[in-house]
Design a protein around this ligand. Sequence first.
Ligand code: ATP
Ligand code: MG
Length: 264
Amino acid sequence: MSVKPTVLKLGGSVITDKGKKLTPNLPAIERLTKEISRANVSSLVLVHGGGSFGHPVAEQYSLAEGYKDSSQIMGFSMTHQAMTKLNKLIVESLINHNIPAVEVQPSSCVVTKAGRIQIIEDRPLRKMLEMGFVPVLYGDTVFDSETGFDILSGDQLVSSLAINLNAHRIVVGVDVNGLYTGDPKTDSAARLIRHVTLEELKKLEHRIEGSKVTDVTGGMLGKIFELKPAVEQGIQTIIVNATESNRVYKALKGEEVVGTIIER
Ligand SMILES: Nc1ncnc2c1ncn2[C@@H]1O[C@H](COP(=O)(O)OP(=O)(O)OP(=O)(O)O)[C@@H](O)[C@H]1O
Ligand SMILES: [Mg+2]
């Protein structure tokens, strides 16, 4: 691939109201789409999270524990269906802003093994990038060669795609300013970490928590765990607050921005 792609994750915490089931945040989607359009990145892969579309049903049916009994089957279908609805809102908004976005369904091109990506059919996706399309993936229900099925987080996808596609940069948009020394929503003494190395992260990990609201894939702790292998490969990684205007834009452009840079 000639141009190294940028991988952008839009957190479910940003594009949905995580406190209200199946509720998109349409103004946020619209604004972010405009920022992406303005940034005009030459090669872009978009991944979005589930927020209140993915997590609640997945949790209700214990999908992240794998297949245990037939009552979960409908839960799998419903979780996937909810994610495709959220995905359509994003893809539609991108197309409305003249971005050639194309949905790529993880449930149909990924197989996990005990929760980790084992097989990913990425040939259509690579072709899309080569031709200037913007593939849009998301955290999804997937089939698992050991446990039957699982929830594949958008965060795991971001890291795996960034490594496989030899990405230039990863931008992760969440609803807080970046990585803090504690959960900023519950710990008023938490400080924003502007820059952190993998070595420094080790000392911090016990202080990073999941998420205040339902997040079956581990909230901020899960996110950091997933991002580490990409950082190890030397891929520039930045976490920014995507609920604030222009942070995603600046991060996509490689400009100075409030956030957390994670480096080797
Ligand atoms: N040390 C920390 N620094 C920053 N945020 C933290 C920390 N510990 C916990 N959090 C929480 O993690 C949340 C972000 O993770 P969360 O998984 O909820 O969002 P997301 O990944 O954007 O959503 P989705 O999983 O639906 O894509 C923040 O809203 C914050 O409350
Ligand atoms: Mg999450």
